[in-house]
Write a protein that binds this ligand. Sequence first.
Ligand SMILES: *Cc1c(COP(=O)(O)O)cnc(C)c1O
Length: 374
Amino acid sequence: MSNMICASFTLSKVGARRLTIQAASALRATEPVFRDEEYADIDWNNLGFGLTRTDYMYVAKCTENKEFQQGELSDYGNVELSPAAGVLNYGQGLFEGTKAFRGDDGRVFLFRPDQNGIRMQIGAERMCMRSPSVQQFVDAVKQTSLANRRWIPPPGKGSLYIRPLLIGSGPILGLSPAPEYTFLVYASPVGNYFKNGMAPLNLYVDNEFHRATRGGAGGVKSITNYAPVLKAVLRAKEQGFSDVVYLDSVHKKYIEEASSCNIFLVKGNVISTPATIGTILEGITRRSIIDIASDLGYQVEERCIAIDELMEADEVFTTGTAVSVASVGSITYKGQRVEYKIGDEMVSQILHKTLVGIQVGRIEDKHNWVVEID
Ligand SMILES: *Cc1c(COP(=O)(O)O)cnc(C)c1O
């Protein structure tokens, strides 16, 4: 037996989706008409941001120098890994995050899943991993969404958060790329970020910890970027803040982003966000908001932004798949706290409504971002 394929997943193989056959059409003995599954039996009005277990996950593997094999859906469950798996020992892993939305008429949409697939490929190159094709990536996200369709929240109640992972699953002892990779996609319903309308964030600018450095992996969605910021995040949360804003590690002067979302400021009619130069994760929401803001006639700038400028902004907001567009109510830096105006007529609220409208099929999708699945 090849010792390269020691890492294996224990999965029970199942058919595609659980489907119910409508009695009437079965009687007609024609092709069965499948009725949409009903919603899962959970309290859709109180969805938080925690993990809810769903029915299926998607798994595909790739051994050294080969293409990824065709993936399969299996029951959602634990995975089995060699203790020597590259991901466990050397952190060879990437994650992605995207969402499936239910439109008012029940149709299901994905938002720019190809961009997540492209980003996974760029990240895999940086982390010396094999990666699935963009087509396989998008197909896996579709299959996972449809198989877990009963977990996609009703319109207005939230969305299905989809988490694709790419890990070095093969065993390796010396410091070297793993001999086998596993691409896995699972999903969990999540609630709307704004439970009672506006929930402005209170951000803390950290002067000690940095998220990324030049030449590091801060620009890709490597799993190695997140455990190191937990300390900064927990410390800020203990003091009542929502998240941390990181400064560049060279000058400790220019803002980069928050722990898992990008940051924007508004001053007059100009919207600015830090330029991505390898230390900032290039968010798909960030890019989409830049385009939406330009479409709406705002001047948008991507450039170096000093912390002082952030403190003098009219408005500040963050963007990401999980948060969508979130208004910032205050920023605290070196003991000084500044508060920003918040309210319905804010630029961030206009951008948020436009983005969500496109995602659920309510506003014209002129950039062809939305993918309807069924
Ligand atoms: C995922 C992520 C973002 C947001 O990216 P989206 O594609 O908009 O979800 C921003 N910053 C970090 C560090 C992230 O991990």
